[in-house]
Design a binder for this molecule. Sequence first.
Ligand code: GLA
Ligand code: ZN
Length: 661
Amino acid sequence: MRNWPDDVLAYGGDYNPEQWPREVWEEDIALMKQAGVSFVSLGIFSWSWLEPTKGEYDFAWLDEIMGMLAEAGIAVDLATATASPPPWLTTAYPEILPVTIDGTTLYPGSRQSWCPSSPIFRDAARALVTQLAQRYHQHPALAMWHVSNEYACHNLPCYCDTCAAAFRVWLERRYGSLDRLNHAWGTAFWSQRYTDFEQILPPRTTPTFHNPTQVLDFKRFGSDTLLQHFIGEKEILADLSPGVPVTTNFMSMTGFRHLDYHQWAPHQDIVSTDHYLVNTLGHPGPELAFQGDVTRGLAGGAPWLLMEHSTSAVNWQPVNPAKALGQTIRDSLTHVAHGADTIGFFQWRQSRAGAEKWHSALVPHAGADSARFREVARLGEIAAALGEVKGSRVEASVAILYDFQAQWAWSGPAMPSADVDYPEIAQLTHRLLRERGITCDVIHPSAELSAYAVVIVPTLYLVTDDDAASIRAAAERGAQVLVTYVSGLVDENDHVRLGGYPGAFTDFLGVRVEEFNPLLPGDSLALSRGTGARWSEFATATDAEVLISYAGGPVAGSPALTCRRVGSGAAWYAGTRFDDDTWRSVLGEVIDAAGVEPAAYVPAGVEAVRRRSGERSWLFLLNHGAGEVRVAVDGYDLVSAASVDSEIVLPPGGCAAIREG
Ligand code: GLA
Ligand code: ZN
C-alpha cells in the first residue's frame, strides 16, 4: 500500500484507461509525470470490464495499469467499480432498475441504473468489491478506496416496489408502531390514517399535494438506504483491506439535494467532494467559497479532498463555455484556501467516444501541445509547491448553520412562499461576509458552537428541540446569534410549533409573529431603513429592541430587525429579506458587536482566507476581480516562490499563498 501523497497537495483526477488502446497508456504515464499528477481515481465505471460475465473476472488490464502507476509513483484511489451495473446484470435482473415517481422504468444504456434498495444489486456489488479488495489490498499503488461514485446523482428517489417494501421496514424501525407513525405524519388530515404498514406507499404521483411528512421521511429513507449501501461496501474494504482510507465522492453543489451529507460524513475516512460550476463564466468565487465551506463543515473542519472539478467546459448544459485560461488555477486554489488538500478533476484524458466526449479534461482532444495542458502542468507545479499547507485548518469565527433536512422540509409545495428559496439567504449572507474578508464555517445546527463569536441561523425552517437549545445557549455564552425569517417554525416531524412564530426562538428573540405576509415576486416594502422583499410579518417585539421596522403597507409598525441581550451575547432577528445594502450593513453591525476581524484587509474583488497549523499560518489571496491589485502583506509566496516584502501585486485571476511570519 502507498500513502496518499503527503509532501505535495495530491493532484490528478479520474483515469479511465479502458477507454484507450494499450499504447496510449505509456503516453498517459509520461504526461502525468510531466503534469505533476500524483494520484488518479481508477476504475470508477469499469464493472463490465472487470466482470464481463457473472462471477468471471478479468483483472489482467487493471493489474497492468496498476503496475505502471506504481512504478511511476502515482497513488491510486481505486474505485470499487460499482457505480454502474454491467448490461448482463440488468438483463438478467431487470427488477434492479429504478422507477420514477410516475412509474417510468429507468433503463440501462446510460449509467447508475440501479435501485438503491435492490438486494440483487447490493449482492452483486459486494461480490465485486470482495474480489477487488482481496486482489489489490497490498498493491503498491493502492492509496485509497473510492466507493461507487456520486451516490444518488441519477437513481434517487426510486419509487419501485422493492423501495416501497424497504420504506415500510424503515418506517417500522423509525416509529415502532402505526400510532406513532400516524401521529408523526398527521394522518388525521385528508383521511390518511393507516391501519396496516402494508397500506403505506412511497409518495408516488397523487391527485394533489402529498403528505409532507411522508415526503420528508421518504427523502430520509432514500439517503439512509444509500448510506447503508456505502457502509456495506466499506465494511468489506475495512475487513479485507484494513488501513487503506475509504471515501465516496459527495456532490457539493447547491442544486443537489438528495442526500443528507451530515449523516454521511462521519462514515468517511476522509470527506471528498466533486464541484462543478453551473455557470463557468461570471463570478464563481462566491459559489466556490460557499461550497468549500459547506464541505469543510461536513469534514468537521478538517481538510478535505476535491475529487473532481473541471479544467474547462462541462458538457451537461445547453451551452458550455470554456473557462478562461488561468481560471482553473484560481478556482483550484480557491478550493484549497477553503480547506481542500487534494486537487482532482474529471477526467485525465478527454474521451473520444461516449456521452462525455465534449467534457473538458486534463489532456484535451488537442493533446499536450495546448495552452490548456500547459496550464494543467503549471497547476501541478503549484500543487507541489503548496505541500506544506497540507493538514492545516481554515480559521473562522463565524458559523452559518445549514441543514439538508430543513431544506427538504421547506422545499415542498403548499408552503407560504415558493419565493423564499433555501439556502438563498445563507448564500447571500456568506457572500456579503466574504466580501468583508470574513471567513465562515458552514455547519450543521447540531455542531459544537462554542468556538464561534457569531452564529447565523438562516431560514432554518425545521429545527429539533436540542438544536434550538444549543443555538440559544450559544448566545448565553456570548455569541451574537442572528436568526432570519422562516427559522424555527416546525419540529422534526414538520409539525408547527404553536403559540406564535418563530416557535423555537420566540422567547429567545423576544419577538412574536402572529401571521406571515409573504410578498409577491418583485414587490418590496419600505422600512425605516432600506427595503424588505419576499417576506414580511405581523409581529410584535415583546422583549427586544427594534432597530428597523416597516414604514408602511399591511404590516406597518411591525419590527423587521430586532436585538435582545441574552446572557453575555445577543439574539438578533431579521424578519424580511433586506435589500443587499441594508443586509450588508446589518451584518456589519453584528460582526462589529462580536469584534470579528477579517482575515486581512484587502481591496474589493480579492478574497483572503487564512489556514493555520499550530504556530504556522498561510494567507491565501485570490484576485477574482478584473484589475490588478496590491495587497499589503509580508512573508513568502508559495505560488510564485518569492519573498514578499510589505506588498504583493496580483494580476486579474492572480493567486498567492503567503507563508506568514
Ligand atoms: C460527475 C461524475 C463524473 C462526470 C462528471 C462530469 O462529477 O462523477 O463521472 O460525469 O460529473 O461533469
Ligand atoms: Zn427502487
